[in-house]
Design a protein around this ligand. Structure first.
Ligand SMILES: *Cc1c(COP(=O)(O)O)cnc(C)c1O
Length: 410
């Protein structure tokens, strides 16, 4: 690892929003003043104890933090090697880690006097979290969602409607998450005065990747304290699934300078990273380019056209990855691997059967990698994986993949 080159891995990004050659602010002149305004407000809030006091209060009473750190005893026993802990962020209100970040951005929006919140969503989890917090604060919420995803994710679309959000189906491009994000950025430029754009992962132009990371870092901070209480030391390996990379950055960031801690990000390998791009592994199978205002690894063809990717898990279906991950990958501080649909499904089933926890398909990817490496590791090796979402939303996808028809589950 190139750690003699860096005093700390936690100092990024630089003043231009760069993590090494990644990140930045590739936006139009019209968007620039909005971005700079947001950055100024965030810089102020970050150093304001009253901002964090409001966050802590809501994290505790509205989200249900701290989420537990749980020793998965039967899974540990079954695999016969390393000791496996799960960070239970699936127990958060709305069922995933997304709300950690949404709360931060909405409190910021309120401080800026913004009354209208826009968001993009793919699988619908970020849209639901945003609609939830908007309802709580009485803010107007508009969610951009690819027309194709509106069809595929009907239950989440209805949840957002119940919560009072307006859904805008996006038909440009292929009608998926990438196109929804483009349209949300366009909305922002045309509704400058009253609108705040709440981004759902560590992507977008600076300061979003760093800001979202800071809000999600509550995950890793809690793990440090809880692991110290449980084991009296840090974990040896930490593992998280990566779509855009926000739950992973949230777990990883507080550990970046503990070089004895191995850090592993798990991308969605879909049908396999070597098949005709039928995967979402931007780092393992993509190349650097610019998308949504930042430079990072992207799924693209030889002409630089962004590809859609494929995964059984809709939440991992983003053609890019947060720029900080691209940097951590290139300097070697974190390792990135991929897990196929099939492997994730097997891990999903094991988790249900052995631990009584129905995981989302996203963290099932992280768990599948845990299942790969744990048997070879000594019994005193401690792994902590982020259980970043619950599987209620995925049971129909899983039923179909396992060959069940509705009505014959028994
Ligand atoms: C949205 C989502 C993801 C992917 O987003 P990241 O920014 O990579 O964390 C992963 N897991 C769950 C449960 C999600 O809802």
């Amino acid at each position: 690892m190139a750690n003699d080159l860096f005093n700390s891995f936690m100092t990024g990004p630089d003043e231009n929003g760069r993590f090494g050659e990644f990140g930045g602010r590739f936006v139009s002149e019209t968007l620039m003043p909005l971005i700079l305004d947001l950055q100024a407000e965030y810089d102020k809030a970050k150093d304001d104890a009253s901002f964090w006091a409001e966050m802590d209060d809501l994290w505790e009473h509205y989200v249900g933090r701290p989420s537990p750190l749980y020793l998965a005893e039967r899974l540990t026993e079954e695999l016969g090697g390393a000791k496996i802990y799960m960070k239970r962020d699936e127990l958060n209100h709305t069922g995933a880690h997304k709300i950690n970040n949404v709360l931060g951005q909405i409190i910021l929006a309120r401080r800026m006097g913004k009354k209208r919140i826009i968001a993009e969503t793919g699988a619908g989890q970020h849209g639901v979290a945003t609609a939830t917090v908007c309802a709580k604060f009485g803010l107007k919420c508009v969610v951009y969602m690819g027309a194709h995803d509106v069809e595929r994710q009907a239950p989440n679309v209805f949840r957002m409607r119940l919560l009072g959000a307006e859904i805008v189906p996006v038909t440009s491009g292929r009608g998926t998450l990438k196109d929804a994000m483009n349209d949300a950025l366009r909305d922002w430029v045309t509704n400058v005065r009253d609108t705040f754009y709440c981004i759902g992962t560590v992507a977008g132009p600076h300061p979003y990747p760093a800001m979202v990371r800071d809000f999600q870092s509550i995950i890793g901070k809690e793990v440090r304290t809880q692991m110290d209480r449980a084991e009296g030391r840090l974990p040896d390996t930490i593992i998280a699934a990566i779509g855009g990379g926000s739950n992973a950055m949230g777990l990883f960031y507080p550990f970046l300078d503990d070089k004895e801690v191995d850090i592993i990000g798990v991308e969605a390998g879909g049908k396999g990273v070597n098949a005709k791009m039928e995967h979402c592994a931007s780092l393992t199978g993509g190349r650097p380019g610019v998308l949504h205002g930042n430079r990072t690894y992207l799924l693209q063809d030889d002409d630089g056209q962004i590809l859609e990717g494929f995964s059984i898990s809709a939440g991992l279906d983003y053609p890019g990855i947060g720029p900080e991950h691209a940097w951590l990958h290139d300097i070697g501080r974190a390792k990135y691997v991929s897990i196929t649909d099939k492997e994730a499904l097997a891990a999903f089933q094991k988790c249900c059967e052995l631990e009584g926890i129905i995981p989302a398909l996203e963290p099932s990817h992280a768990l599948a990698h845990v299942m790969k490496i744990a048997p070879e590791l000594p019994k005193d090796h401690i792994i902590c994986m982020n259980m970043c979402g619950r599987g209620d939303k995925d049971i129909f996808t899983v039923a179909k993949a396992l060959g069940f028809e509705m009505g014959e589950f028994a």
